[in-house]
Write a protein that binds this ligand. Structure first.
Ligand SMILES: Cc1cc2nc3c(=O)[nH]c(=O)nc-3n(C[C@H](O)[C@H](O)[C@H](O)COP(=O)(O)OP(=O)(O)OC[C@H]3O[C@@H](n4cnc5c(N)ncnc54)[C@H](O)[C@@H]3O)c2cc1C
Length: 222
């Protein structure tokens, strides 16, 4: 059994260029392309958001690759305007060499009580033992996946347009949200704020959430 930490890989993008492309698309509405200057996108985007003219944000998208627990994608895949490709517990058979012949479980660092944590850990070990035992007895991956818990680690790729990201961050970075999701969504939102302050700058997040729990964030070409 491996106990792992979450991470999020963000596709490389230039936030200013994303906002400038949104401005160019939006100015079609007023045929005011001639008013584009170096920083005219700032006011235009602010005004659009204040008036609820948010469909213009749909012209641009961002893709991220998240490594977190199954519970987190169960919640995030409820967002109907995002697209997902999720590691399949039907096709990925964790007894294979490719997976080190073991199951990876996401470390619930937010379980701070040592005794509770030990119960969690023992349960995960029991589950792995049973999964491998079922496999040895000839069970299919379809059968074995039924005993996998929410803590099972999985990768998923998530793509959403900028309007939907704004909506997702408004719902998924506050203290009503499961800590496993906050671990990923807060550092991701902070990155979006740096890249596109005129769109994401005002979105609040749970500032009490321990930064030591944040998922590692990497920016890469995808
Ligand atoms: C703290 C929290 C607790 C939750 N608890 C539960 C729970 O206990 N059980 C549960 O089942 N779910 C729960 N959810 C999920 C929640 O109900 C939504 O399904 C999920 O957050 C997706 O949000 P959404 O519908 O706003 O957004 P999206 O699917 O991302 O859609 C974006 C927006 O498009 C519009 N839209 C999309 N589809 C329609 C439509 N058919 N008709 C009209 N407008 C539409 C809405 O304005 C919507 O906000 C919870 C969510 C949160 C954040």
């Amino acid at each position: 059994m491996r106990i792992v930490k979450p991470y999020v890989i963000v596709e490389k993008f230039d936030g200013v260029q994303v906002m400038k492309r949104i401005e160019r698309a939006c100015r079609t509405c007023y045929r005011s392309e001639g008013k584009i200057t170096e920083d005219s996108y700032k006011n235009l985007i602010k005004n659009c958001i204040n008036r609820g003219h948010e469909s213009v944000l749909e012209h641009e998208k961002v893709t991220v690759r998240i490594y977190n627990d199954i519970g987190s994608y169960k919640d995030l895949t409820r967002h109907r305007f995002a697209s997902f490709s999720v590691e399949s517990t039907r096709y990925c058979s964790y007894d294979k060499d490719k997976y080190g012949n073991e199951i990876s479980f996401m470390d619930p660092v937010y379980i701070e009580d040592e005794k509770v944590y030990e119960v969690w850990k023992k349960t995960m070990q029991d589950i792995e033992n049973s999964y491998l035992e079922m496999k040895k007895l000839g069970a299919t991956t379809d059968m074995c996946r039924n005993i996998l818990p929410h803590s099972t680690a999985a990768e998923y790729t998530m793509t959403a347009n900028i309007r939907e990201w704004k909506h997702i961050f408004e719902l998924r970075a506050n203290n009503h949200v499961h800590p496993a999701i906050r671990q990923v969504m807060i550092p991701l939102l902070k990155y979006f704020k740096e890249q596109m302050p005129d769109i994401f700058g005002d979105i609040p997040y749970d500032e009490e959430f321990n930064p030591e729990y944040y998922a590692e964030l990497r920016v890469e070409e995808m």
